[in-house]
Each structure stands twice: as structure tokens, then as C-alpha cells.
Design a protein around this ligand. Structure first.
Ligand code: CAA
Length: 694
């Protein structure tokens, strides 16, 4: 074996050269990898004893793409095109041997091999769209030549990782190798190609699969229309679609030029900058400075949940989905039955939608046991309490759990804002008490705020972080403060939205501005969806707020057919409501205020800047580890558009000096709710951004 460079080896299996990459963690196409590939192919091609070449990777995966951390810097060494041209132009057959994932630039490299062999567990995809990009190394022109236009559109705009068996069916992979026998199979395959004098297949040369789409622009028009909602606000999906159009309508070399041009456009867009930032933000959130990865974990093989309501049931589903048995404890049989019925209904709906089989429904239900007796939790490894947000009830439950549960069991609360230190104080094991704040619906929403209380042990934190991954959640570690990170910032937006309605804006004006910003819906549409009467008590309601008046008039949101909005009884589409408008007018004139017109810019700034400011306060108080963690909370839990990175990234993009100046202006006219945080003042004074805090 010859070391070509620190990450590339060249060896020979008889007359087959094997190039092996080993660049942890994911063999991304860094300068070292590109140089290694270039030199190794050059040497193998020049060696007259070599008849065929296999490219394979060590470690967990085939090449997972360009090295994202190199983007934005100057390109060093061999370019990816140099490597690809060398492979595709090789006079000896080149076989790519794929395990793990061949993604982005990695698949684009494999597409320049003459053949591809993969193990069944491998997956291939062009996920660039998720980074606000398009495959910029010929992938947009080569993939459709294998899959046809429609499948390529789907793969490129979803970024999906397609399993090897499907790749085989569509011709993206030529042969499957048994698991663990990739190298031998690929070498044998390469020998067979030589022995049978099979052609050196260049994907670029065969456009027969594209013929079906030629002269059919409606394929693209329909695709755009069908996905308009999904693509709203993103730049990259449209650029990807244009590239597939180019593959259909232009010769290969021209298509490459179109790809290059569009790649330049998306690469320099703020949307892609935000999405790439976010890629690393999500991974960074797993890193906790004083809780290294090596910290011990506590095995969690069984879980108890207190409360079979919407939250409790949803939380239980996460564990059952991951194969972990759950016991749900309720106080009354009917509440328990209702809760389990909802869970079953959710699973059956998924099965009907083809997500899994009815057998699977039964398998998962069998992992969820109901009980009316908390003593049934004496042997579980972790309990998650998910009852009403009342401190006295929670304290009572934690006192009982502390007495019942075995030593070493983790006691978690799903509170969305109560003081966890106070809850922990009633137990003799505060180091085992932690907050696990799931978001509703808990079986769907990705975010998990893991709340570290004063005494929570590092083992319990590490266990919770790892468990979150196991049940498919994206976790951020936050500190105890009212509302934690997400709800605390949301309160800022909610307050301003309500105030603006009292000053003259209509709920749909506020919602429209936030929708256009990229949120799936604004706060008033959200209230209608959740129900305006959450936390509202009829007997105590005396028309003191607009919500009171709406609820008193039985306008309680979507479920009553009317709330802030009117709802079409058939389509359920929301329409601005003249009734609500009158209620607001009457309410405002009673208060003696003169309504004024509030511009879209003011609506946006008053909703968003106080959130950025609150995020800064959270950081100042060390309730979040880093600005990007705050962004992870907002993108995953509150529908913040990922192409705007998150509130803190957005603040950086707008310019913190501008945010600060606006907050000061608002403070002068509207009071101390807008008081700038000391951190915001400090960063601006030092000419820094949130991103500089890393
Ligand atoms: N570049 C740089 N670093 C990368 C990377 C990449 N393409 N892909 C992953 N990493 C890093 C991660 O940041 C992470 O680093 P830390 O351990 O320091 O946090 C590490 O590799 C492991 O990644 P994950 O935690 O995500 O590991 P996983 O096993 O859960 O997932 C994966 C592996 C499926 C490959 C996933 O990392 C992934 O989806 N990566 C991105 C793939 C991608 O988008 N490729 C396209 C790149 S753009 C491109 O190729 C443009 C072009 O056309 C030339």
C-alpha cells in the first residue's frame, strides 16, 4: 500500500488498483481529499500493470459531500472538476464502491466513475438544497441522465437520501454488494468489466432518459405549482429546477455552464449563508463545554410518563417509536383510555398514510402500558411528568416519585416554564431532576429544550442529550428561567402583536407580515388554531381584553368556526372578519385611544427586534450556551424560516447597530419593554456580532 497523502492510499489487488480515502469524520472533499484523489488516479492510470480502478472509503461513509467549512474561502489545490475529469476520462474502468452515504459532491464524484457498486445500507442523494445550494459539480446534469427529469427534480429539491436498493432500480447503482464485503465485490466487479470488455460508461454521454421530458415544459410548471407552498421563501429549489430544465433542453456542456452560473447565484445568497450556518448550529448544539461527550450516561431502557393528555401521549409515542417501553400513569380510567385511544388513532393514521404497517401499530402500542398507580413506576429508568402547569401539583408528584422510584432513576418534568429548581427541591435527588420540554404535537415536533437546573448532574444531562438523539429530537441545553428560551422570546412577540392591535393594526395585518417573513402562520392565526379559550375562564371574564370579548361571543378559534378570523365552513379557509374588526374598533374607542395606521416595517421590527434583544438577555444570563443554540430553538420549535438562520443570525444580518438603534427609538416612545440588553449594547460598542461570541 502506498500513501499518496495523509488521507489517501493506493494499493493493488492483482491488476485492480484500489484507492482508499480516510478523512474522518465523513470523507468530505477537502483540499487534502481532492489532491489525494487526483494524484492517486493519475498514478493508477499511469501504471501499466493496472487494468481497473476501485474508489472506496474507510470509516463510517463514502464521501458525504464538499467540505462545507471550506465554502467562502479561496479554493486550494486540485479542483473537484480536475478530479472528475481524470476519473471520467480514465482509459481504465473506474468503479465507485459506496457504503454509508454518497451525498452531494460525493455522489457527483461517484457519477464520474464508469460504474457504481453499493452495500444495501448505503444511501445516495444530492442534499445541497438543504444548504440553500445546488449540486455544483455536474450533478444537476448527470443525475437526470440516469433517473429522468421527474425523479431528479424530486431528489434534488427534497435532498432525500435514497436507499441503495432504489438506486439499483433506477440505475444509479449497478450492483449491490453483501454488507461487509464491499471491497471484494467491487474488485471482482471491476475484473468482470475488464474481462467482458464492457464499455467505459460516461453518464454525460447518454441522454436517452431525458427525451420523455423534451418539449414538455408543463412537467416543470406542474412541479413548481405542486410544491409552491413547500418552496415558499427558499431560493435554492427554483435554481435546482432550472438546472434540470437545462439538462433537458441544453447539450451537456451548456447545461454545465447554466449549473455554474446558478450555483454562483445561490452560493452568494443570504438564504444559503443562513442555511449553511444553521447546518453547523444544529450540530454545535450537541456540544456542551463542561459535559464532554465522554461523560458517563445512565441506561434508559424503560420510561414512565405522568399524564395521558396530548403532551403525555405524544411523548410516549417518541419512546415507543424507538422501541423503549413506556408506562403512562393517569388518575382516572376514562382519561387514561382517552389518552391511549388518541395514541392509537395517531398510529393508525400513519399506517393508513403508508408510513408503516398495521402490524407495526400493534408493535408500538404493545410498548405502551397504561396504569392508574404511580407505584408501577418503581423500576423505570426515567419518569417524565406531563401534567398541568401548576407548581403545587408538580411538587406533589415529584415528592411521590422521589419516594417510589428506584435510586438513580431520572425524574424529568415537561414544564414549559416553571422553576425546575423549585420542583427539584422537594426531592432528595435534585441531581437527577431535569427539564425535558417537548413541543406540541410532541410526536411530530423536532425540538427538545433540555433544561439544566442548579443541581442536575452531568451524567443526567449527557443521558438526556443522547436520549434525545435516539428518539429523533434535536436538543438544545438551556437554563432555568421563566419560559426558558423559546417561550420567553415568544412572549416578546406576543406582547407587541397584541399591543399593535390596540393601536390600530388588524390581526391579519400582523399575521401577513410574519407570514411573508417566512413563518408558517402569524400569532393570531396560531391562537385560532390552538383555541382562544386556553387558560380562559368564563366566570372570570369581563371583557377586559379583546380575547375575552371574542371568547364571550363564542368566537373561540377554528374549533368554533370563528375566532380572530372567520372560517369558511367547507374549506376551513381563514378570512379577515368584519365582526372581529368591529369588536376591536369598539374596544379601542372605549379605551379612548386613537387608532393609527401601522406600517409593515414597524410591525416586523416590533415583533422581531424585541425577540433578538431577549435572546441577548438570555445569553447574558447564560441561560443558553451560545447564540446559535437560540437559533436552533426557533427554527425547530417555532417555525422560524431556516433561510433566515434564526433570530440571532438574522440580527447579525440586519446589523446589530440597526437593531439597537431601533430598540432605543422604541424605548423612547413606548417605554422600557424595549430597553436594550447590556450584551446588545456591548457588542455594538465593540463592533461585534453574535457570531463573534463563539
Ligand atoms: N463538510 C464538512 N463537515 C461535515 C460535512 C461536510 N459536508 N458533513 C458532515 N460534516 C461534519 C459535521 O459537522 C460533524 O462534525 P462534528 O462532529 O464536529 O460536529 C461530523 O461531520 C459528523 O456529522 P453528523 O453529526 O451530521 O453525522 P451523522 O452520522 O449524523 O450524519 C451525514 C452524516 C449524513 C453525512 C450528515 O453529516 C450530512 O448530511 N452531511 C451533509 C451532507 C451534505 O449536505 N453534502 C453536500 C455538501 S455541498 C456539496 O457537495 C456542494 C457541491 O455540489 C460540490
Amino acid at each position: 500500500m502506498t500513501a499518496i497523502n495523509p488521507v489517501t492510499d493506493l494499493s493493488k489487488e492483482g491488476d485492480v488498483a484500489v484507492i482508499t480515502l480516510n478523512s474522518p469524520p465523513v470523507n468530505a472533499l477537502s483540499a487534502n481529499v481532492r489532491n489525494g484523489l487526483y494524484d492517486a488516479f493519475k498514478e493508477a492510470i499511469a501504471d501499466s500493470a493496472v487494468k481497473a480502478i476501485v474508489l472506496i472509503c474507510d470509516g463510517r461513509t463514502f464521501i458525504a459531500g464538499a467540505d462545507i467549512s471550506e465554502f467562502g474561502g479561496a479554493m486550494q489545490g486540485a479542483s473537484l472538476f480536475d478530479v472528475q475529469n481524470m476519473m471520467e476520462g480514465s482509459p481504465k474502468p473506474v468503479v465507485a464502491a459506496i457504503h454509508g452515504t454518497a451525498l452531494g459532491g460525493g455522489l457527483e464524484v461517484a457519477l464520474c466513475a464508469h460504474y457504481r457498486v453499493a452495500v444495501p445500507s448505503a444511501r445516495c442523494g444530492l442534499p445541497e438544497v438543504n444548504l440553500g445550494l445546488l449540486p455544483g459539480a455536474g450533478g444537476t446534469q448527470r443525475l437526470p441522465r440516469i433517473t429522468g427529469a421527474e425523479k431528479a427534480l424530486e431528489m434534488m429539491t427534497s435532498g432525500s437520501h435514497v436507499p441503495a436498493k432504489e438506486c439499483l432500480a433506477m440505475g444509479l447503482v449497478d450492483e449491490l454488494a453483501p454488507e461487509g464485503k464491499l471491497k471484494e465485490t467491487a474488485v471482482a466487479f471491476a475484473r468482470k468489466i475488464v474481462a467482458e470488455k464492457k464499455p467505459l460508461v460516461k453518464v454525460r454521454d447518454n441522454d436517452s432518459k431525458l427525451q420523455a421530458a423534451k418539449g414538455h415544459p408543463e412537467i416543470f410548471a406542474n412541479f413548481r405549482k405542486a410544491n409552491a407552498r413547500k418552496f415558499r421563501g427558499f431560493k435554492a429549489p427554483e435554481a435546482n429546477i432550472k438546472c434540470v430544465e437545462a439538462a433537458v433542453n441544453q447539450p451537456f456542456e451548456e447545461g454545465l455552464k447554466t449549473e455554474r452560473k446558478l450555483f454562483g447565484e445561490v452560493m452568494s445568497s443570504p438564504e444559503s449563508a443562513a442555511q449553511r450556518y444553521y447546518f453547523f448550529a444544529e450540530r454545535q448544539a450537541n456540544k456542551i463545554p463542561d459535559v464532554p461527550d465522554s461523560t458517563a450516561t445512565i441506561p434508559v431502557n424503560s420510561v414512565g410518563i405522568i399524564g395521558a393528555g396530548t403532551m403525555g401521549g405524544g411523548i410516549a409515542m417518541n419512546f415507543a417509536n424507538a422501541g423503549i417501553p413506556v408506562t403512562i400513569v393517569e388518575v382516572k380510567q376514562d382519561a387514561l383510555d382517552r389518552g391511549l385511544k388518541v395514541v392509537r388513532g395517531n398510529y393508525e393514521r400513519s399506517a393508513k398514510n403508508g408510513r408503516f404497517t398495521m402490524d407495526e401499530v400493534e408493535k408500538r402500542m404493545a410498548l405502551i402500558k397504561g396504569s392508574l398507580d404511580m407505584n408501577d413506576l418503581k423500576d423505570v429508568d426515567m419518569v417524565i411528568e406531563a401534567v398541568f402547569e401548576r407548581m403545587d401539583i408538580k411538587k406533589d408528584i415529584f415528592t411521590k416519585l422521589d419516594a417510589i422510584c428506584k435510586p438513580g432513576a431520572i425524574l424529568a418534568t415537561n414544564t414549559s416554564g416553571l422553576n425546575i429548581d423549585e420542583i427539584a427541591s422537594v426531592t432528595k435527588r435534585p441531581e437527577y431532576v431535569i427539564g425535558l420540554h417537548f413541543f406540541s404535537p410532541a410526536n411530530v415536533m423536532k425540538l427538545l429544550e433540555i433544561v439544566r437546573a442548579d443541581h442536575t448532574s452531568k451524567e443526567v444531562i449527557n443521558t438526556s442529550m443522547k436520549l434525545a438523539k435516539k428518539i429523533g429530537k434535536i436538543a438544545t441545553l438551556v437554563g432555568v428561567c421563566p419560559g426558558f428560551v423559546g417561550n420567553r422570546m415568544l412572549a416578546q412577540r406576543g406582547r407587541e402583536a397584541q399591543k399593535m392591535v390596540l393601536e390600530g393594526a388588524m390581526p391579519w395585518d400582523v399575521d401577513r407580515v410574519l407570514y411573508d417573513f417566512g413563518f408558517p402562520m402569524g400569532p393570531f392565526a396560531m391562537s385560532d388554531l390552538a383555541g382562544l379559550d386556553i387558560g380562559w375562564v368564563k366566570e372570570k371574564s369581563h371583557g377586559e381584553t379583546i380575547r375575552d370579548v371574542l371568547c364571550e361571543a363564542d368566537r373561540r378559534g377554528q374549533k368554533t368556526g370563528a375566532g380572530y378570523y372567520d372560517y369558511d365552513p367547507e374549506t376551513r379557509a381563514a378570512k379577515p372578519s368584519p365582526v372581529t374588526e368591529k369588536i376591536i374598533h369598539d374596544f379601542v374607542s372605549k379605551s379612548g385611544k386613537n387608532p393609527r395606521t401601522i406600517g409593515d416595517q414597524e410591525i416586523l421590527e416590533r415583533c422581531i427586534y424585541p425577540m433578538i434583544n431577549e435572546g441577548a438577555k438570555i445569553l447574558e444570563e447564560k441561560k443558553a450556551i451560545r447564540p446559535s443554540d437560540v437559533d436552533v430553538v426557533w427554527v425547530n420549535g417555532y417555525g422560524w424560516p431556516v433561510y433566515r438562520g434564526g433570530p440571532m443570525h438574522y440580527g447579525d444580518q440586519v446589523g446589530l447597530d440597526k437593531v439597537l438603534a431601533k430598540m432605543k427609538e422604541f424605548q423612547a416612545t413606548m417605554g422600557d419593554a424595549f430597553k436594550p440588553s447590556a450584551l446588545l449594547e456591548k457588542l455594538v460598542a465593540e463592533g461585534k456580532k453574535f457570531a463573534d461570541m463563539r
